[in-house]
Design a protein around this ligand. Structure first.
Ligand code: HEM
Length: 809
């Protein structure tokens, strides 16, 4: 028809279905939603250049409808659609041409307004609003700066609505849903908007500006009110009240097929809000817990099982992180919900279904984000939760252990070569055999080329990356690349430095081209020359340090056994206590050494500070011989001082250390297993990227998580987990956690109410009321009969019998 170039028609078409669907609101003369859509459309049309002839759309619309519905189309349809479009046209015409003028007027107003005037406006807006509607104060309880911020945002929206109507409508829908979360009654919008307009009127005499402000704020308010009305579900109301019981009642009305969706999604237009996330973010944790429990309860009719684990993790793949950040006390509820234990036992074992699919894989079968979040959360108790333990163990034993060991093989080879070269083949005497010298030369070449070479390259790239990404941390004021914060990384750096210093002092290198002590030996790579002889003491010290670091790095391998890893962690934590003890010890040794050196002691071992320190240390370590002790007896002053020293160090400080270690051990041991598991979790996260796609796919396939698990023989249940058998006595179960219902099996039906939670809660409520009534009676009775104990007793007896009666009811 040649209308393709009419861009405005595309705009109309985008909202046309919403207009048609909302054209009939029975109680209103002008349907409010239709008016709202028409107003928004008029804003969008104002952005399109060129002439707009609305009659053309009518012609196109009718022609298309006639040709699309040739059989059903009749004169009644013609009348109805013509009526609809004429109404829309009337609404659009009322605004046509106005938005640009209004936008200009508002811009002029906001350009001319002073900051003081704006501040006065913000204050008077709330004063006027509270004057009109005192109830508003119960909602606007925030600090005035926050209230001013809200007023500014409101003013901003009134301008933006002209600039970019579509974007603003999107953000208004989201804002409206947040107002649902704040629990704002829609009746308050009228007084709020009229206060805003009233205060605006006080600032301008220009009627066009006032009209522009009134029109745009009205539109904003209508969009907000509609979103609130559509978004205020029973679940959201229960969340606002933070009441678990209300929430359970709210979802009990949901069709069983939509029950999970009621708790996971409230959709208004293109925007949606998650009741679960909102309850967590807004601190309604009681409601959030009730939602989690409900979602992770297995319900069943004869035909289907209902369990919302998939829905939960698909809607919120980051649920573990969100809960960990905003409501960590809910994490055990979430993880408990992933476990089902059978009530029946067989051969002293019990079936346990762990629905841990999303702790192992993500919805696209990649590595699980939730597992990352559990490790990042860093809570030892969560790391020891059975669901997390099983997920970690499966990942570790089936995929990561092999990759980890492979990555450590190179390190192990380096360690072996280093130890063999430095501790077995290296001989600093002149009598070394030529075979051992050759072996030493080859070993050292390997150490520097492969061991040191690899370390230098690795750290160079990591430091470069850290600097480029500005990942710098401060350690006692010194800036260091943040990856070095990890103990094993800093050890690896220390090893790299030690090997580097060893290379600089390498005797073989220093003897090259020098006149050797023995030409024959140098020819056999001994490196024995006068220049190198002076370097040997410091070279061997660094060799000693490098050996220690090599062995310390070997501790990474303890991750293979959680028990061993726990023990290493415990030792690590204890180092701090021992360091304190050593500090105190050094202080006492120095004190006594200085004291003895400054007195008139004749014994040569104590007459100067350094020998005295050495002797005192030897005494404390039990390395002083009995002859040496005999010399002390010759000088009573010296003997007395040494005795006091022994009391201070060996008796007092040593026992204090033991007591301290005891207490610290008791305090930390219960967490250490969790930390060991977290450590294994970090190793899993570090190594997962190195697992090949093929291996990962084979692993995921081998788990068969898409196959349904049996609840009992022949009762095929739900997929998404693994079944294990645990000893029947480990976790006794007295009631089946699956809630089974008879009756209709249609997903559109609600779950029938049975004598379950709701009833038992009502009973508890009733019992509470009865106890309340009885307590009041007792108090009243005791007051009335203060003087007479006899009558008081009878009163008490009477009350208790009434309590008994009411409880029997
Ligand atoms: C046209 C009308 C309104 C507009 C444009 C508006 C706009 C806003 C905006 C932009 C925010 C900040 C949102 C956020 O950061 O999450 C907000 C928050 C809020 N609004 Fe409104 N609002 C309007 C009406 C009302 C009314 C009538 C009430 C109730 C008396 C109300 C109560 C609140 C509350 C309680 C907050 C939360 C403040 C906080 O948590 O710090 N709003 N509003």
């Amino acid at each position: 028809m040649g209308y393709k170039q009419h861009e405005w028609m595309r705009e109309v078409l985008q909202v046309f279905s919403a207009m048609v669907e909302n054209c009939a609101e029975p109680c209103l003369q002008v349907p409010s939603r239709l008016l709202e859509e028409a107003d928004i459309l008029s804003l969008s049309l104002a952005k399109i250049p060129g002439k707009i002839d609305l009659l053309e759309f009518k012609a196109v619309m009718l022609a298309s409808l006639r040709s699309l519905l040739p059989k059903t189309w009749n004169s009644e349809c013609e009348v109805a659609w013509t009526w609809l479009w004429e109404n829309i046209q009337k609404m659009l015409k009322a605004n046509l041409g106005k938005p640009p003028v209004q936008q200009k007027a508002l811009r002029k107003f906001f350009m001319s307004i002073e900051d003081e005037q704006l501040a006065a406006y913000r204050t008077s807006l709330y004063t006027t609003f509270f004057g009109k509607c005192a109830q508003g104060q119960d909602y606007f309880k925030q600090s005035s700066t926050r209230l001013h911020f809200i007023a500014d945002r409101m003013l901003m929206y009134t301008q933006d609505v002209f600039k970019d109507p579509k974007d603003v409508m999107e953000s208004l829908s989201a804002l409206g849903l947040r107002h649902v979360g704040y629990g704002i009654p829609t009746e308050l919008f009228g007084p709020f908007v009229s206060s805003a307009i009233e205060c605006f009127r006080g600032m301008t005499k220009d009627e066009q500006q006032e009209e522009a402000f009134r029109w745009s704020l009205n539109l904003i308010s209508r969009v907000l009110v509609r979103t609130i009305t559509e978004g205020s579900t029973l679940v959201m109301r229960a969340i606002n009240a933070n009441c678990a019981k209300m929430l359970r009642k709210a979802v009990s009305c949901a069709p069983r097929g939509l029950r999970a969706e009621w708790m996971l999604k409230v959709q208004v237009g293109t925007q949606s809000i998650s009741p679960l996330l909102w309850s967590i973010q807004s601190g309604s944790l009681e409601a959030a817990q009730a939602i989690l429990v409900d979602l992770l309860t297995i319900r069943a009719d004869r035909d289907h099982y209902y369990y919302a684990m998939d829905a939960l993790f698909n809607r919120h793949p980051d649920i573990v992180r969100r809960i960990g950040e905003d409501g960590p006390e809910l994490l055990p509820t979430l993880l408990d919900g992933l476990i089902w234990r059978s009530r029946n036992t067989s051969n002293a074992t019990r079936r346990v279904n762990f629905f841990i699919k999303y702790l192992v894989v993500d919805p696209k079968n990649g590595f699980s984000q939730s597992f990352r979040d559990v490790v990042a959360h860093g809570s030892p108790s969560i790391a020891c939760h059975p669901s997390v333990v099983l997920a970690a163990d499966i990942l570790w034993s089936n995929v990561v252990a092999y990759t980890f060991l492979k990555s450590k093989l190179w390190f192990l080879l380096n360690l072996v070569v280093f130890v063999v070269t430095m501790a077995i083949l290296t001989d600093y005497s002149d009598t070394a055999s030529s075979a051992s010298l050759l072996g030493m030369f080859i070993g050292r070449t390997f150490m520097y080329v492969f061991g040191l070479g690899q370390l230098v390259t690795r750290h160079f790239f990591r430091i470069f990356r850290a600097c480029r990404n500005k990942e710098i941390a401060r350690y006692y004021c010194f800036p260091i690349p943040s990856y070095l914060i990890h103990f094993s990384e800093s050890l690896s750096m220390l090893l790299c430095l030690s090997l580097g210093v060893m290379l600089c002092q390498e005797p073989v290198v220093h003897c090259l081209g020098m006149h050797t002590l023995s030409d024959a030996q140098f020819a056999q790579f001994g490196g024995q020359c006068a220049e190198a002889a002076a370097l040997i003491p410091s070279y061997s010290s660094f060799a000693f340090l490098a050996t220690l670091v090599y062995f310390l790095l070997l501790l990474d391998l303890t991750v293979f056994s959680t028990k061993l890893s726990t023990f290493v962690l415990v030792c690590g934590r204890m180092v701090q206590e021992v360091a304190q003890y050593l500090f105190a010890l050094s202080f006492v040794v120095l004190t006594f050494a200085c004291g003895l050196a400054s007195s008139d002691v004749a014994n040569e071992h104590f007459s100067e500070i350094l020998p005295a320190m050495l002797s005192l240390s030897r005494i404390m370590l039990g390395m002083f011989s009995s002859e040496e002790f005999q010399y002390l007896e010759e000088e009573p002053k010296l003997l007395l001082s040494v005795s006091i020293f022994v009391i201070c160090t060996t008796i007092f400080l040593l026992n204090l250390l033991i007591a301290q270690l005891n207490c610290a051990y008791l305090g930390i041991f219960k967490d250490m297993l969790g930390y060991a598991r977290l450590n294994r979790g970090s190793v899993i996260l570090d190594n997962i990227p190195h697992v090949s796609q093929k291996r990962w796919k084979a692993f995921v396939d081998s788990l068969k998580m898409d196959e349904k698990l049996e609840f009992s023989e022949g009762d095929i249940g739900i997929a998404g987990g693994l079944q294990v058998l645990e000893p029947a006595s480990a976790n006794p179960v007295t009631t089946d956690s699956i809630k089974r219902y008879g009756g209709s099996t249609s997903p559109d039906c609600q779950w029938p109410e049975t004598a379950t939670d709701l009833d038992s809660e009502d009973k508890i409520d009733r019992l509470e009321k009865i106890i309340d009534k009885a307590v009041k009676k007792i108090i009243k009775g005791t007051k009335a009969n203060k003087g007479s104990s006899g009558s008081s007793n009878s009163q008490l007896a009477g009350t208790s019998s009434s309590l008994g009666e009411s409880m029997n009811e």
